[in-house]
Design a protein around this ligand. Structure first.
Ligand SMILES: CCCCCCCCCCCCC/C=C/[C@@H](O)[C@H](CO)NC(=O)CCCCCCCCCCCCCCC
Ligand SMILES: Nc1ncnc2c1ncn2[C@@H]1O[C@H](COP(=O)(O)OP(=O)(O)OP(=O)(O)O)[C@@H](O)[C@H]1O
Ligand SMILES: [Ca+2]
Length: 547
């Protein structure tokens, strides 16, 4: 075996074929040598993508098997597969067993490869805190972790502390309150709701430690160092799909092991001067709010609840009045600025020193209003709500879908699932923004609504006052459900959040906000993008043309 400070080289065997193996700089490569000493195909693995080097002949899939021989070592690394269900190639665990001419050469290879790994991959995590939601998606979180993720962590020498959650918000509270010394990252095994718990925990903890008030809508939040990883096991897995291009537990695990780091924009939502929530994917009013409110009543359907509720809400064909004010970042995506529109300048001083671009007000009736910090793609919509939105550019895309006929709106929805441009429709406008404020028309304002609270109590006692009371058999059941919900985020939502399905005959003038899959308790909200506030164990979407 030849070694100098930059290159290690020797002959090795894989099965009965001879190879010339090199470790040089960032790559470990092996080239087949035929009987006439001619070089044939070379395989190269970047050291940064090596998962582990083990003595002997080792297998970990489908079951762990170790044959401890003197001359062999097994290399595990990232392998790009040829096809998968996402918009990029999935990763799997590659494995090659090398046979050396002597035990000394074998031990040298193992030492050199492990040293290279330490030198060239300094940002890999060593200890992780893992939260599993046993009830997310198809309820396979625990199985996914133990069968697919844990064996890879063990192979890579990562130790993990696992918490299987017993209640909602347990993961968030754990991160906010417990000692996190020694952890290099937090991982969720679940869907977007579980990710959101980790997001709130990590941001909240970082601001507590930095003494920053999260409620101040003008404050510069402290960027978070603790990385978040997502093992997809939910219904939509939108954050995972958008940041990885696929929702595949093994691909996610391999990105975590090699310590990839992807910064992510986060948007804060405020009601007056109180922080309501953060989101990374979408806050949506109108259609997406109504779909979520309806789907909460059908949780038992699992992931299918969104399709069922989507159809129901589509059939209701609602639109809502509202006023959107926004600080634009000089970029209107569609249609372009020179076309006619109902924009007028508004004099808004708040944030204006920090946010360049003018504040404008847009009024109208909308089928839906969505604000998305990232493209928000998911298996249902592989290019997402706003295909060109960036993960970490400090802006969000504001999509306004004005009142349209049912066929027009169906065309808009359907274009999320194909290659046609969903923005190239006369009732759709898109702006790239840094902050947004939403208000209801005069007379519908939230403060006025608060004054009506007593009146609302009366309505709960008197079914005749409900919009669906004219339909026999519905009102009592709906009333009971509303009362039962108690004080979940829904309690403040009352009129708007209560979607009765297509049985409703009266149009309602207020919808609810869907904030990364949670219903917000307020309607008149303001949102602000915080560029690159958190970091994920991810690397954006890899070019699938270069497997
Ligand atoms: C004709 C086919 C139309 C298909 C239209 C597909 C549009 C899909 C757009 C997906 C946008 C995903 C946005 C991401 C949101 C996540 O942060 C959030 C948290 O997980 N998920 C949801 O709120 C969950 C919300 C999920 C919303 C799903 C909406 C499904 C609509 C189905 C409408 C069918 C109408 C058919 C009429 C006959
Ligand atoms: N042990 C638990 N019991 C009840 N709820 C839980 C528990 N652990 C977590 N949760 C909550 O369950 C909600 C949904 O979970 P999760 O996001 O994992 O799955 P999902 O809703 O199926 O997927 P998606 O969010 O992708 O649609 C989260 O908001 C989370 O707060
Ligand atoms: Ca962005």
């Amino acid at each position: 075996m030849e070694t100098d400070s930059v290159r290690v080289e020797s002959s090795l065997w894989i099965g009965n074929k001879r190879y010339r193996a090199f470790l040089s700089g960032w790559y470990f490569s092996w080239t087949e040598i035929d009987e006439r000493n001619r070089e044939k195909k070379t395989i190269s693995v970047p050291v940064s993508e090596v998962i582990g080097v083990k003595e002997g002949r080792v297998e970990i899939q489908p079951q762990k098997k170790v044959e401890d021989t003197d001359l062999d070592f097994t290399l595990f690394y990232v392998k790009r597969n040829s096809k998968g269900k996402g918009i990029r190639v999935p990763w799997s665990l590659g494995r090659t067993q090398f046979c050396c001419p002597s035990r000394g050469v074998r031990d040298q290879w193992i030492t050199q490869l492990r040293t290279a790994l330490k030198t060239h991959s300094p940002s890999r995590p060593h200890r992780l805190l893992v939260f599993i939601n046993p009830f997310g998606g198809k309820k396979r979180g625990k199985q996914i972790f133990h069968s697919l993720v844990a064996p890879l962590f063990e192979l890579a020498g990562i130790s993990s502390h696992v918490v299987v959650t017993e209640r909602a918000n347990q993961a968030r509270d754990y991160i906010l309150k417990k000692d996190l010394t020694g952890f290099d990252g937090v991982i969720c095994v679940g869907g977007d709701g579980m990710f959101s718990e980790l997001l709130h925990g990590v941001i909240g903890r970082t601001q507590q430690e930095a003494g920053v008030s999260e409620h101040d809508p003008t404050v510069m939040l402290q960027p978070c160092d603790l990385h978040i990883g997502i093992i997809p096991a939910g219904s939509t897995d939108c954050v995972c799909f958008t940041t990885m291009g696929i929702n595949d537990p093994v691909t996610s695990t391999l990105h975590i092991i090699i310590g990839d780091s992807q910064p992510l924009d986060v948007c804060s939502v405020h009601y007056q001067s109180t922080l309501v929530r953060y989101f990374v994917s979408m806050v949506g009013y109108g259609f997406y709010g109504d779909v979520l409110a309806e789907s909460e009543r059908h949780r038992w359907m699992g992931p299918l609840r969104y399709d069922y509720s989507g159809c129901m809400v589509y059939l209701c064909n609602r639109s809502y009045p509202g006023q959107v004010q926004s600080a634009l970042s000089k970029e209107r995506l569609f249609p372009h600025f020179n076309s006619s529109s109902s924009l007028y300048s508004a004099n808004v001083s708040q944030y204006s020193s920090e946010l360049e671009g003018e504040w404008v007000t847009i009024e109208g009736r909308f089928k839906c209003i969505s604000l998305t910090c990232m493209s928000s793609s998911c298996p249902r919509s592989p290019k997402g709500l706003s295909p060109s939105a960036h993960l970490a550019d400090g802006t969000a895309d504001l999509i306004l879908v004005r009142e349209a006929n049912p066929l027009g709106f169906l065309t808009y929805l359907h274009r999320h699932t194909n290659t046609q441009d969903q923005f190239d429709l006369p009732f759709v406008e898109v702006y790239r923004v840094k902050a947004v404020r939403f208000s209801l028309p005069p007379g519908e304002g939230e403060e006025e609504e608060e004054e009506e609270e007593e009146e609302e109590e009366d309505v709960l006692e008197d079914p005749e006052k409900l919009c669906c009371s004219n339909i026999a058999g519905h009102s009592q059941q709906h009333l009971a459900e509303r009362k039962e919900r108690g004080n979940v985020a829904m309690s403040r939502v009352k009129r708007p959040g209560f979607v009765c399905g297509p049985c409703c005959t009266k149009p309602r003038s207020v919808s609810v906000w869907n904030c990364d899959g949670e219903i917000l308790p307020h309607t008149e909200i303001s949102c602000r993008v915080h560029g690159q506030l958190v970091r994920l164990f991810a690397r954006g979407i890899e070019d699938s043309t270069k497997p």
